[in-house]
Design a protein around this ligand. Sequence first.
Ligand SMILES: Cc1cc2nc3c(=O)[nH]c(=O)nc-3n(C[C@H](O)[C@H](O)[C@H](O)COP(=O)(O)OP(=O)(O)OC[C@H]3O[C@@H](n4cnc5c(N)ncnc54)[C@H](O)[C@@H]3O)c2cc1C
Length: 384
Amino acid sequence: MEFSLTTEQQMMRKMIRDFADTYVAPTAAERDEQERFDRQIFLELSKLGLTGIPLPEAWGGAGADFLSYVIAIEELSKVCASTGVTLSVHISLVSWPLLQYGSELQKKKYLNSLTAGQKLGAFALTEPAAGSDVVHMKTTAEKKGQHYRLNGQKVFVTNGGEADLYLIFAQTDSTKKHHGLSAFIVEADTPGLTIGAGEKKLGIRSSPTTSLHLDQCMIPVSQRLGAEGEGFQIAMKTLDGGRMGIAAQAVGIAQGAFDYALSYACERKQFGQPIVKHQSIQAKLANMAIRIEAARLLTYQVGWLKDQKLPHAKQAAMAKCFAADTAVEVTTEAIQILGGYGYTREYPVERMFRDAKITQIYEGTNEIQRLVIAKHLQKERKQS
Ligand SMILES: Cc1cc2nc3c(=O)[nH]c(=O)nc-3n(C[C@H](O)[C@H](O)[C@H](O)COP(=O)(O)OP(=O)(O)OC[C@H]3O[C@@H](n4cnc5c(N)ncnc54)[C@H](O)[C@@H]3O)c2cc1C
């Protein structure tokens, strides 16, 4: 078993860390305050080859492994969780399914512009009455000759309004339940597609989140991703990879908060000595460090499994669940270590605390992850 990063992975981490510190971190608080998405950051990420990091060079990607992708999301999220999720959705939830399930024509049409960062992707599965239970979505795609007519509404779409390309899921036959969903590639300027107002959120406030409205939106059959009825399977496989990205985002948030809290504890004096000399603060820091290390190992394992083309659905659910809980716990403790200052917007741990919460909710809530894990455990027991 190999626990060290390759030279390439270490160099990649250093490059992303430098970029994150010099380009992303300085505006993170201001963008959060103003709830402002900055497309320029995404364009700068593309210059570093990060908008297509784990995609093959043949499609304009950097041809790096998924572990490098995990490291990229972690490093960006350490300073700005919004930037982390923008990239994670673009790669895991849009570019990857296109690579995996797209026809040659679809790949030629879209992949190079996605990996080059000329186009930004978004993934629209959730609906007002279908969150955890996506099979009961109401959006329909009715086949009319060489087109599908899409009608319905999607909610909570990350990159909504900024994306050039939406991967949208709809019912092609509601009687077939899991086999009645299909996926469609929809360009942002397609007539009948309108974008709702941005959500006012607790955290990741510089990542736009909107609803989508589909009103008689005509999509050529050639824009369907995969076979008709394959949508549920595409969504679930895609989310396995997505959860690895969210786990990496959570590890990054936790590490960012930990680093700040540790430095603060070494500087801040009370009762005549730095607070890091107090045992209860030391215990907090140790517990935080243990959890982050464990969350990182779980998350890197998923990257490794995906690189080996091995099954990773259970491990992705475990990593996402544990890393998200870790991010919430560690950011809470980071605020506690900073005392009253931690509670103010003068210090970044307050933003990190708000950003951490979403990792327990999106791409399948942690309650749903535990159901996924339990299902795998029962299946494994039967097989053993
Ligand atoms: C900021 C943000 C960005 C998002 N980005 C995207 C995106 O890009 N694309 C997209 O498609 N969606 C996105 N989502 C949606 C997100 O994935 C859903 O919010 C999430 O899956 C939960 O669905 P829900 O909100 O409808 O909650 P519900 O499904 O209504 O769940 C409510 C509560 O009930 C629990 N629950 C539900 N069913 C069960 C069960 N069987 N057992 C135990 N507990 C259960 C849940 O865990 C949760 O605690 C985003 C959401 C947010 C807030």
